[in-house]
Design a protein around this ligand. Structure first.
Ligand code: ADP
Length: 398
């Protein structure tokens, strides 16, 4: 069984073709600058990487080029498109309609379109990608895997905001949470590594990349998560503020005469560790600047670590304990210093990092001291594999 995993962003398309017999990646690639000029990087297992500058007017163009590359005699991975059994599409926002992955039909597309207001930047390209694949591969089953679905298990007290209840009823204003595929993958993987049933574990997963979120997972189910109605809530991020006093918004609009769009741009694009440091949204640049004595860079890092630390403790409270802490995504997988600083002073919860074990980048490893109550792990995330597994599972239930 081969699954083609497709992740369409506003001007990009990431893909992987995975053989589910052994979960081998047969080919993967990235198309960027869709709608501008277009550039595609593609690599099939055991073959040379290809870079193409191709005019890509839209996502359909990009998918067409990708499919051609996949069956290309020289650089491809399969002989014909018939070898693709199912396509797994990443969809960012499923609202309250999708608590799990689904087979896509007209009704599902309409429901996805209903969620556009909740994710205006993300859902439209996701839907465009699905429609393009349906046109180009009319006989292949399309499945949708939602970033929000894993968090649909949150209790009402976790997801409701302290706002007039009518806003929830009329507009769906509530916490949804994101990065669900990643949190689910690393939680299941860590339980597998420890050799315990996930049903018996209380896990906090920290997905720390350019976008960052933490999730409390009890018995394999999301109990609470830091992102909210949109991916702006929660932890500070590369360019996003995360949670702030909401009154800052009206204060800025008054004092600086800012429009809604300007405030939106400030909170999403100019804040977070970029905003504090003034250096970059990339943690590598900020770590370097801090090492060289840049105080604002150090402050940005300290603030970020401090926020993550507080989420770990608050999610321990939400679950009545913690057995496992997981770090994943770009920073979580690679920054030795970030993990050390975040875990500092959490000994009272039973969390203690072993400096030698923590000296690791980008691979699965237990990094806590032996015999400590909480097992702390680095687990590289693999959203594509999770999407492929879900696609196969739904296909089985068809
Ligand atoms: P996203 O998918 O949200 O774009 P990633 O999970 O790829 O994000 O993470 C990107 C972030 O990870 C960047 O801010 C980058 O600085 C950080 N990162 C990657 N490698 C390292 C490293 N070796 N040390 C510190 N930070 C790193």
């Amino acid at each position: 069984m081969n699954v083609l995993v497709i992740n369409c962003g506003s001007s990009s398309l990431k893909y992987q073709l995975i053989n589910m017999e052994n979960e081998d990646v047969l080919a993967k690639g990235l198309a960027e600058r869709i709608g501008l000029d277009g550039v595609i990087k593609h690599q099939a297992e055991g073959k040379e990487e290809v870079k193409l500058d191709d005019k890509l007017n839209n996502h359909k163009d990009a998918i067409k080029v990708v499919l051609d590359l996949l069956v290309d005699e020289k650089v491809g991975a399969i002989k014909s498109l018939d070898e693709i059994d199912v396509v797994g599409h990443r969809v960012v926002h499923g609202g309250e309609k999708f608590a799990g992955s689904v087979i896509i039909n007209d009704e599902v597309i309409l429901a996805m379109e209903d969620c556009i207001d909740l994710a205006p930047l993300h859902n439209p390209p996701n839907i465009t990608g699905i429609k393009a694949c349906q046109e180009l591969m009319p006989n292949v089953t399309m499945t949708g895997v939602f970033d929000t679905a894993f968090h649909q298990t949150m209790s009402k007290k976790a997801y409701i905001y302290p706002l007039p209840y009518e806003l929830y009823e009329e507009l769906g204003v509530r916490k949804y949470g994101f990065h669900g595929t990643s949190h689910k993958y690393v939680a299941n993987r860590v339980a597998e590594l420890i050799g315990e049933d996930i049903e018996d574990l209380k896990i906090v997963t920290c997905h720390l990349g350019n976008g960052a979120s933490a999730t409390a997972i009890r018995g394999g189910k999301s109990v609470d998560t830091s992102m909210g109605l949109t991916p702006l809530e929660g932890l500070a991020m590369g360019t996003r503020s995360g949670s702030i006093d909401p009154a800052i918004i009206t204060f800025l609009m008054n004092k600086k005469n800012m429009t809604i769009d300007e405030v939106d741009e400030l909170l999403n694009k100019k804040s977070g560790v970029l905003g504090i440091s003034g250096v970059s949204n990339d943690f590598r640049d900020i770590e370097k600047a801090a090492e060289e004595g840049n105080e604002r860079a150090q402050l940005a890092l300290d603030k970020f670590y401090y926020i993550v630390k507080k989420y770990i403790a608050s999610y321990t409270a939400a679950m009545g304990g913690i057995d496992v802490l997981v770090f994943t995504a770009g920073l979580g997988e690679n920054s030795i210093e970030a993990r050390r600083a975040i875990c500092e002073d959490l000994e009272y919860l039973g969390i203690e990092i072993d400096d030698e074990n923590n000296n690791v980048r980008g691979k699965e490893q237990l990094i806590s001291k032996e015999g400590k109550k909480v097992k702390v792990y680095v687990i590289p995330t693999n959203e594509e594999l999770m999407i492929a597994r879900e696609a196969i599972e739904i296909l089985g239930n068809k």
